[in-house]
Write a protein that binds this ligand. Structure first.
Ligand SMILES: C[S@@+](CC[C@H](N)C(=O)[O-])C[C@H]1O[C@@H](n2cnc3c(N)ncnc32)[C@H](O)[C@@H]1O
Length: 328
C-alpha cells in the first residue's frame, strides 16, 4: 500500500518531530583529573574537593569526617517518582526495563560480593551481609538481594514508593525477617547513630542521575560503608549516544519510560564517577557496559560504557602507620 520510500520518510518525520535539537555538546571541566564534579542547577562544574579534606599523616590516609550539610534531594525528582509510585510491580509497564535489569545487576552484585567476602550458605550466598539499597523505589532490587540471604535496608525519599515496597515484600514470608524499608535520604541515615561503617555494601541502581548533589552521596557512602565494603552503582553515561538512546528513543520515540524521566545534564560518565570516588577513598574495581534492547526487552553486557554501565568499588581500608622499630 505504501512505498518503502514513503514509509522511511514518515519514520524520519516522526522521529524528527520528537527530537529535541540540538543534541547536547559535552563539556568537561579543564582539570577533570583532580576535580570533584559537583552538580549545580542541573549542570556540572569542576571544583576542588571540599567534602573529605584528604590528608596524609605518617602514612595514614585520612578522609576527614564532616557533618552532612548539603542534600541529595531534588524536589522535582521526588515529584516525578511520586507519580510512578504505584506502578513499580507492573512488569509490562514503565518499570519493565528495571525488572529486566535484574538479569544483569543481581548476578553482578552477588558475584562481586562473593569474590570480596567468600561464599555464604548454600542457597543463601549473601547470608551475614548488611546491604543498603539507596533509592530502592518499589524494592525491585531489594527483594532479590534479601532472597539471597542478605539483611537489606531499602531507603527512598518517596514515602508512597516505600509503602508499595513494604506491602510487596510482606507477601513473601522469606523476606519479612531480612528486608526493611524506610522513607528517608542518605544524609538523614548517615547522621543517625549506629550507621557509621554499618554496611558491607551500598547499592544505588539507576539513582545517581536523579540526585541533586553527588558529592554528598559519595560522602555518605564513605561514612556508612565498612572499610573494605562495596559500592555498586548502575547509571547512565553522559554522552551524545546516551542522549539519543536514553532520552530521545526511550522517552520520546518508543516511550518505554515516561517523558521527562531523565535530564541529560545529570548523567555521569564512569570516568567522572571514578574520579569522584577515588578522590573520596573509594576505589573502583570494575566497570561494565550495559545496553537495553527494546525489541527483546532484555539487557546485555557490552564492551562500551557509552550508554549504561554497572560499577563496583571498594572503600579503602586505612593503611596502618609504619611502626618505627624501638631504639635500643
Ligand atoms: C529509576 S528509580 C530506581 C529504583 C530502584 N533502584 C530500581 O532500580 O528498581 C530511582 C529512584 O531514586 C529515588 N530517588 C530520587 N532522589 C533520591 C535521593 N535523593 N536519594 C535516594 N533516592 C532518591 C526515586 O524516588 C526512585 O525511587
Amino acid at each position: 500500500m505504501f512505498s518503502k520510500k514513503s514509509v522511511r520518510l514518515a519514520g524520519f518525520v516522526f522521529i524528527k518531530s520528537r527530537l529535541k535539537w540540538p543534541i547536547p555538546v559535552i563539556k568537561y571541566p579543564n582539570d577533570c583529573q583532580c576535580a570533584v564534579l559537583k552538580r549545580s542547577h542541573s549542570s556540572w562544574t569542576g571544583h576542588k574537593q571540599q567534602t573529605h579534606s584528604e590528608g596524609k599523616s605518617r602514612g595514614v590516609h585520612i578522609y576527614s569526617v564532616r557533618h552532612v550539610s548539603s542534600s541529595t534531594l531534588d524536589p522535582a525528582e521526588v515529584r516525578k517518582f511520586q507519580v510512578l509510585a504505584t506502578k513499580w510491580w507492573d512488569i509490562q509497564g514503565e518499570c519493565a526495563p528495571l525488572h529486566a535489569m535484574n538479569e544483569l545487576r543481581v548476578p553482578f552484585i552477588r558475584d562481586n560480593l562473593l569474590t570480596v567476602h567468600g561464599g555464604g550458605k548454600l542457597g543463601r550466598p549473601l547470608a551475614g551481609l548488611r546491604i543498603l539499597d539507596v533509592g530502592c523505589g518499589g524494592g525491585l532490587l531489594t527483594e532479590p538481594l534479601g532472597r539471597m540471604g542478605a539483611e537489606v535496608l531499602g531507603i527512598d525519599p518517596v514515602e508512597v514508593s516505600v509503602r508499595t515496597a513494604e506491602m510487596h515484600s510482606s507477601l513473601d514470608p522469606a523476606l519479612r525477617e531480612r528486608v526493611r524499608y524506610r522513607a528517608c535520604t542518605m544524609e538523614e541515615l548517615t547522621e543517625e547513630e549506629g550507621n557509621e561503617e554499618a554496611f558491607d555494601a551500598i547499592v544505588a541502581s539507576e539513582v545517581l542521575e536523579h540526585l541533586a548533589d553527588l558529592d554528598t552521596f559519595v560522602h555518605c557512602c564513605y561514612r556508612m560503608l565498612k572499610p573494605g565494603g562495596s559500592l555498586f552503582v548502575t547509571s547512565i553515561s553522559r554522552t551524545q549516544l546516551s542522549y539519543i538512546l536514553g532520552i530521545v528513543m526511550a522517552e520520546q520515540v518508543l516511550r518505554i519510560i515516561p517523558r521527562g524521566t531523565h535530564e541529560w545534564d545529570k548523567f555521569i560518565s564512569p570516568v567522572e564517577l571514578e574520579t569522584l570516588l577515588e578522590s573520596s577513598g573509594i576505589s573502583v574495581q570494575s566497570v561494565r557496559g550495559m545496553l537495553y534492547n527494546p525489541l527483546s526487552r532484555c539487557w546485555s553486557w557490552q564492551q562500551s560504557t557509552a550508554v549504561n554501565y554497572a560499577l563496583h568499588a571498594i572503600k579503602q581500608k586505612e593503611e596502618q602507620p609504619h611502626q618505627t622499630p624501638a631504639e635500643d
